[in-house]
Ligand binder design. Structure first.
Ligand SMILES: Nc1ncnc2c1ncn2[C@@H]1O[C@H](COP(=O)(O)OP(=O)(O)OP(=O)(O)O)[C@@H](O)[C@H]1O
Length: 372
């Protein structure tokens, strides 16, 4: 049973030339899984993240669709209908977010202690001062920062430490879902790897599901159970990392997979994706990737492709629409394959919703962070 179901979600930034940043996105997030969202800059990834966490601010507004959150006991919450106190209680407790820039997300003139304590004071008003102090220390322990750092201010911490503080903050209320928007982009690769291991360790420990957003496809292939590839505000293909590599069905996925260097695989020619991303202020029929697509045919400029099951993945591409292409997809597209080595290795597959060994431990939940 999924913890989050998104159906046909659309988000528009209003203005003289409205930007249709998210266009009819549907996705399912299973309990405990890592769903990676990949795509070039400007394709709508962050906007989708903000919509999931109900953190969109004007001029952005949700213009259609629904988001349903399912608690462990089966209770369903219509996320877009939440208002006022209900919304405040839902956010952070059910879905927490780790933002792109730790420096902007943390208040530079407030100590780490107070920033962590504020989250607890707001959401757990019954918690005593002493329990709050203990819990703040415990949260820093969890992310591998010395408790003495509670008195530090964000500018006194390294970039990696600030990102860890944000992760600690997201963990404060034991959420079911954590949305991470480019959490490691600003960090060097060694710190990036440490932070990713930290996130994976915490996920295995507490069993929360992760929506991980980044333009770094090789990173996503390594850490995600499933991936959704976004282009022009839409999800154009989704599937497990393994299946997407073994038989990518959307030409944009092929382009993305072919455009990053392999760490351990054979040397190969890298192919960028010629052309530029679509103007999201335009709403036109047809596939928005068609102007850049080497496999586009006449119908691609006229018919907006709907997601279809193609082999083990789901792709929104007319190449696989048998009413338009009775003979099947272009052999060139059908032949494209990538190996795990191309991506520098993939994580071992496991059934969705089945956290790794050690999952669902309750250590932190016992200390004042218990769900109501
Ligand atoms: N506050 C805003 N007002 C108007 N348009 C916006 C605003 N924020 C984002 N957009 C537009 O919405 C579209 C999607 O942006 P978004 O930031 O969601 O993409 P992204 O894939 O997360 O990119 P990046 O990786 O660069 O953050 C872009 O065309 C962007 O210019």
């Amino acid at each position: 049973m999924s913890v989050l179901s998104v159906r046909d979600l659309s988000v528009v930034y209003g203005g003289p030339r409205p930007t249709h940043a998210v266009r009819g996105v549907s996705l399912e997030l299973d309990r405990g899984e890592v769903l990676g969202i990949a795509g070039e800059s400007g394709c709508g990834k962050s906007t989708l993240a903000y919509a999931l966490t109900r953190l969109l601010r004007p001029p952005a507004s949700v213009t259609g669709g629904e988001i349903v959150f399912r608690a462990g006991d089966g209770e369903e919450v219509d996320v877009l209908a939440l208002r006022g106190e209900e919304l405040r209680r839902f956010r952070w407790r059910r879905i927490a977010m780790v933002f792109q820039s730790a420096m902007n997300a943390l208040n530079p003139v407030i100590s780490v202690r107070r920033q962590l304590a504020d989250v607890l004071a707001t959401h757990e008003p019954g918690m005593s001062r002493r329990a709050r102090e203990e819990r703040c220390g415990e949260l820093l322990d969890l992310v591998g920062i010395d408790r003495a750092r509670l008195s530090s201010y964000p500018h006194e911490l390294s970039g990696g430490m600030r990102q860890r503080v944000l992760i600690a903050m997201a963990m404060a209320l034991n959420p079911d879902v954590v949305v991470l928007d480019e959490p490691t982009t600003a960090l060097d690769v060694v710190v990036q790897r440490e932070i990713l291991q930290e996130i994976d360790r915490l996920r295995a420990m507490f069993g929360f599901a992760v929506v991980f957003i980044t333009h770094d496809l090789s990173l996503l292939l390594e850490i995600s159970d499933r991936l959704a590839v976004m282009y022009g505000g839409r999800i154009v293909e989704s599937g497990t990392a393994r299946d997407l590599m073994a038989a990518p069905a959307h030409p944009y996925t092929v382009g993305l997979l072919g455009s990053f260097p392999s760490l351990r695989g054979e040397r190969r020619v890298l192919h960028g994706i010629p052309g530029s991303p679509p103007d999201l202020s335009l709403v036109e029929p047809g596939c928005s990737f068609a102007p850049r697509c080497p496999y586009a045919f006449d119908a691609c400029g006229e018919v907006t492709p709907a997601p279809l099951p193609v082999g083990a993945t789901t792709a929104a591409c007319l190449q696989h629409d048998r009413t338009l292409r009775p003979a099947g997809p272009d052999p060139g597209l059908a032949a494209r394959r990538f190996t795990a080595e191309d991506a520098g290795g993939l994580r071992p597959s496991r059934p969705p919703g089945d956290p790794e060994p050690g999952g669902h431990q309750t250590g932190v939940r016992d200390h004042g962070g218990a769900r109501t």
